[in-house]
Design a protein around this ligand. Structure first.
Ligand SMILES: *Cc1c(COP(=O)(O)O)cnc(C)c1O
Length: 396
């Protein structure tokens, strides 16, 4: 029976390869950290979401080990049957504390948090107004809900206002945005979004996956950056990026919203509870960030150092307020050549081009980390200059 489908899939795969869009996994033979081993060779990693350098931190490993010994390996249950330990509640409380919110609900991933947040709260009477560059999991989550959908161009407040005006007949309106957009590293204009939300009677939701741990004076996310505490109703986020990089997601915000999600959110009700080791390490991550700001300070320093030196060297860098630096090359093929040459130089970065970014806006995306030493940054910058010169590109 499979024959016809097999042929169809083989053709589809060939098409993906022809278009140069086939994704190969690159195999890492070491732990996730600044210097990793790829194909038996050490390279410096500039494409992980390991913003605070916690992915291989001894304190998190120790916390995971200790919690696993005390509370076991797996939960073998969803939260509401017999999958909730005291540590799950403690992690939820730590997240509420970090974001200064009323309550938090954990998920297996932020993909699930976003998949389970819209449908329980909004019906066909309501409107969801979404930034065009929002993460795939927000787009999918919105699709699972019957609310009327509106979309505005990335961070375009005039278009958002038009959407809000058009949606005035709906019962409830929700504006949803990523905190930091992963391709440019720009931060959503959350303050203006809150202003518009107040003017047009809408709720606000921010996905903090790339912004929490990164933006704001001490890294606490968009509300710390913009002073929008109390004005954002729902935040979602991940433990898979700045906060240790293992897995786990959450929705945090208003008490009644979180309470209803515990009753009705399908990825929460029908998917396994987070494993104790992951939960224990998660609690430790938030404890560490509460004790001291050194990791976030180092991240900010590294971003600044990299950006200033790359700009001085004549590279065209998208303005960023996050740990993401888009080094613009514009040409798709060149971005792939450039990234491949960088890897030969021992620097692991990713080239992005259409359809991941707009046509003619190909780039190398560099992600900085508190785990990078100055010498790592210098090597990366030197490689950028060397490869540029070899490829005969002119500095701006
Ligand atoms: C990474 C990311 C997610 C997915 O998080 P997971 O916990 O890995 O599922 C969701 N939203 C945004 C904005 C992200 O960047």
């Amino acid at each position: 029976m499979y024959g016809r489908m097999k042929e169809y899939l083989a053709n589809t795969l060939a098409g993906i390869k022809e278009d140069g869009l086939y994704k190969e996994e690159r195999i890492i033979e070491s732990a996730q950290q600044a210097a990793i081993t790829v194909a038996g060779r050490e390279v410096l990693n500039f494409c992980a979401n390991n913003y605070l350098g916690l992915s291989n931190h001894p304190r998190l490993i120790e916390a995971a080990r200790r919690t696993m010994e005390e509370r076991g390996y797996g939960m073998s249950s969803v939260r509401f049957i017999c999958g909730t330990q005291d540590i799950h509640k403690a992690l939820e409380a730590a997240i509420s504390d970090y974001f200064k919110t009323e309550d938090t609900i954990l998920y297996a991933a932020c993909f699930d948090a976003n998949g389970g947040v819209f449908e329980p709260l909004f019906t066909q009477e309501d409107a969801i107004i979404s930034d065009s560059l929002n993460h795939a999991s927000i787009i999918d989550g919105v699709r699972l809900c019957k609310a009327k959908r509106y979309r505005y161009a990335n961070a375009d407040m005039q278009e958002l206002e038009k959407c809000l005006q058009e949606a005035q007949q709906q019962r409830f309106r929700l504006i949803v945005t990523d905190g930091v957009f992963s391709m440019d590293g720009n931060v959503a204009p959350v303050q203006q979004i809150c202003d518009l939300a107040e003017r047009y009677d809408a709720l606000v939701m921010v996905d903090e996956s790339h912004s929490a741990g990164v933006v704001g004076a001490t890294g606490h996310g968009v509300s710390e950056l913009y002073g929008t505490y109390g004005r954002i109703d729902i935040y979602t986020g991940t433990l898979g990026k700045a906060f240790g990089g293992a897995l786990g997601g959450f929705t945090t915000g208003r008490k009644e919203i979180i309470d209803l999600l515990r009753q009705r959110s399908r990825p929460y009700l029908f998917s396994n509870s987070l494993a104790p080791g992951v939960v224990g390490a998660g609690i430790e991550a938030f404890r560490m960030l509460g004790e001291s700001n050194v990791l976030h300070d180092r991240l900010v320093e590294n971003v600044e150092y990299f950006r200033v030196r790359m700009t001085e060297a004549g590279f065209d860098i998208k303005p960023t307020q996050s740990a993401i630096c888009a080094v613009m090359l514009y040409d798709a093929k060149l971005s792939q050549q450039f990234a491949a040459r960088m890897q030969q130089e021992g620097i692991y970065v990713t080239g992005f081009y259409y359809p991941v970014v707009p046509r003619g806006e190909a780039r190398i995306r560099v992600q900085l980390s508190a785990g990078h030493q100055k010498e790592h940054l210098d090597k990366c910058i030197a490689a950028f200059i060397k490869v540029r010169n070899e490829l005969g590109l002119v500095a701006d």
